[in-house]
Ligand binder design. Structure first.
Ligand SMILES: Nc1nc2c([nH]c(=O)n2[C@H]2C[C@H](O)[C@@H](COP(=O)(O)OP(=O)(O)OP(=O)(O)O)O2)c(=O)[nH]1
Length: 130
């Protein structure tokens, strides 16, 4: 079982709640799928530490990790992952992608327009149902 944390980073733009979503590159697993940025939990690390580290590595920003959303377990052909999502806000920094090919601040009403990694779909639904 692979444990993965991901950051659901929220920002209000024009009085609309928007979420930061990133597109995986062609040479990653799940090529070109959209996801909430994050990554694999390392031994001895808390989920919050993992997320802070991964987001700094992938996006070059500092985040505040807030409430957890519901974890999702998904069986891929390469293995079973559990995704641990957390609501987050940006504390400081400007986004600079180091691994993903694209990012967007997507309004909640348009989240389902993106081709998300399958494991993320329950998270998208949970956000829409809030
Ligand atoms: N970070 C992140 N990963 C996700 C999401 N949804 C989803 O299925 N995943 C999968 C993709 C990867 O298999 C795994 C996260 O691993 P990762 O991004 O750190 O590693 P990777 O696949 O790029 O690298 P690797 O397996 O080749 O070592 O979880 C998501 O929303 N965010």
């Amino acid at each position: 079982m692979i444990e993965v944390t991901c950051a659901v980073i929220e920002k209000i733009l024009n009085e609309t709640s928007c979420f930061l979503v990133c597109q995986r590159s062609e040479n990653m697993r799940l090529p070109l799928k959209w996801e909430f940025p994050g990554g694999k939990l390392e031994p001895g690390e808390t989920k919050e530490d993992c997320l802070t580290r991964e987001i700094n590595e992938e996006l070059g920003i500092k985040i505040e990790v807030n409430d957890p959303l519901t974890p999702v377990t998904h069986q891929y052909n390469f293995g079973k992952i559990t995704l641990f999502p957390f609501l987050c806000t940006i504390k400081s920094g400007q986004i600079k992608l180091t691994e993903h090919i694209n990012y967007v601040w997507q309004p909640i009403s348009l989240l389902t327009e993106l081709d998300f990694a399958p494991a993320d779909l329950p998270i998208v639904q949970e956000l829409k149902n809030r």
